[in-house]
Design a protein around this ligand. Sequence first.
Ligand SMILES: C[S@@+](CC[C@H](N)C(=O)[O-])C[C@H]1O[C@@H](n2cnc3c(N)ncnc32)[C@H](O)[C@@H]1O
Ligand SMILES: [Zn+2]
Length: 592
Amino acid sequence: MGTVGEQTGEQNNQQKRIDLNDYTVIKEGEAEILMHAKNEVFYNKTQVNNRDMSIAVLRAFIAKRKQEHETMVSRRSKTVPKESDKSISEADAMVDSITEDKITNGECEASEESSRDEPCSLSEEPARNPEGKGRGELKSPRVLEALSASGLRSLRYAREVEGIGQVVALDNDKASVEACRRNIKFNGSLACSKVESHLADARVYMLTHPKEFDLVDLDPYGSPSVFLDSAVQSVVDGGMLMCTATDMAVLCGSNGEVCYSKYGSYPLRGKYCHEMALRILLASIESHANRYKRYIVPVLSVQMDFYVRVFVRIYTSASAMKNTPLKLSYVYQCTGCDSFHLQPLGRTQSKNNSVRYLPGFGPVVSQECSDCGKKYNMGGPIWSAPIHDQEWVTSILADVKSMKNCYPAYDRISAVLTTISEELPDVPLFLSLHNLCATLKCTSPSAVIFRSAVINAGYRISGTHVNPLGLKTDAPMDIIWDIMRCWVKNHPVKAQPPELAGSVILAKEPVLQANFARAVASLSKAQAKKVARFLPNPERHWGPKVRAGRQITIKHVSLLGAEAVNSVINREEESDEPAAKRKKTEDLTSDS
Ligand SMILES: C[S@@+](CC[C@H](N)C(=O)[O-])C[C@H]1O[C@@H](n2cnc3c(N)ncnc32)[C@H](O)[C@@H]1O
Ligand SMILES: [Zn+2]
């Protein structure tokens, strides 16, 4: 390989030639990056799923913004007389907030330096977006990748997403910034004109650039918690925050108190812990947003591989913010039978055309579980409102399908989006059929038979993208246990000690007579069409990476989680494998 010119900023900005033989060129999508043989700058190819999903959401966001802008303009032209064009309507103000000052002038050379004594904040101020001219005109969205490492993600956004404006890539690590600048150059003039790299502490940068970015992307090692407060302030009204958390062990309850200190919520170790992780992260972002009279609207929330990632829009409204307690709940989880119940934080009361906001009625459960008599653990608060906007999900999925070749991780992201599109949107958390059977020590009905019984009892049921064995339903726990009691009557179990939760549950007669006749809707649409929903990992050790520059010496618990999840992936949900044996495998999946 040849050489490429690079300024390091050291030694009086001397031109330094880089020997490309020291580097490997990595191509992902339309972007190429140079990776040095030493593990100096973070790169994890597993994250192609994360980057592809983000590109899909970014495309949808740009289309949505355009649509919203057109609606606003047409509404205004219908209702506002011409001479009032000069006045700044609320609509104008919102459009204006989309691109405020400070964008880069787009010249690569000017931003190439990162001298050794440079402080962690940059003096280079971005210049005006050339595409946004007058008031009321929709400007190309400005993106901030706050934790950019090699810049691969920023380069992909710039090169692959039509209509994107400036992309600002930050990192507080000099080697990463140098690599990012090298990579910008390596990707040619389009990248040079759109992407700029700054050596900065993301928290300081975001705090000093309030409401400036249409999109802020947080993709940290581990927890994003320290970045949330500044990130929610840096997004324009109606803009989007994309946020990854890879500290799954914390979010899934291995150290509840650590999770509380980072996110302000207590996690519970249940089969649904990965969905609870998503909901804890959303609740935490909302709490940070509320401090600034802002609130979030989730568009898509995914648990993939070894992390969770949420895509939320952020708005400002002191009155809409009052609804926050209605979107949060504590979770009571029985220590004996894992039954769970949600306790909303707030409620409303309508009186004389006005709404009063009040604390939630509680407790929603008694001291002892009404099914098995054991005590409850209480977790949360979690975000208990919908975690996806199904309209967005449908349109993202359709768009991804129409651009199949543009997504290196097409199979994976389309499978995840398909499963999400079938999730019951208004049901937080889910049951594990095999967990229910492990409590009762009975054989497991097939998912189709169980789904049928729930549907025949008049309730809804769906799968979840989080767990191939999970089932979301609006049926209350007493109905679920009645269905299982009826199942056990036809599939008897060996006598167990009477104090066990399962024995207590089975000692009661069912009120509902379950009907296990196969219901038409008992197969998911994807199952019916035989569309893959859970895919195995493409290769071994598909999981999180250590920080750049470190050797892999510790065994990653989360890697075990990622691999174990795949050991149950694609397994026939209708398998007759004994529940107890399955429980052992499943236990691994909830460890991260
Ligand atoms: C997981 S990597 C980012 C990967 C990247 N988004 C991608 O898709 O390839 C996290 C990066 O955040 C950087 N970082 C950590 N703390 C930071 C801070 N306070 N400000 C800016 N960058 C930070 C690290 O140096 C590291 O390069
Ligand atoms: Zn119980």
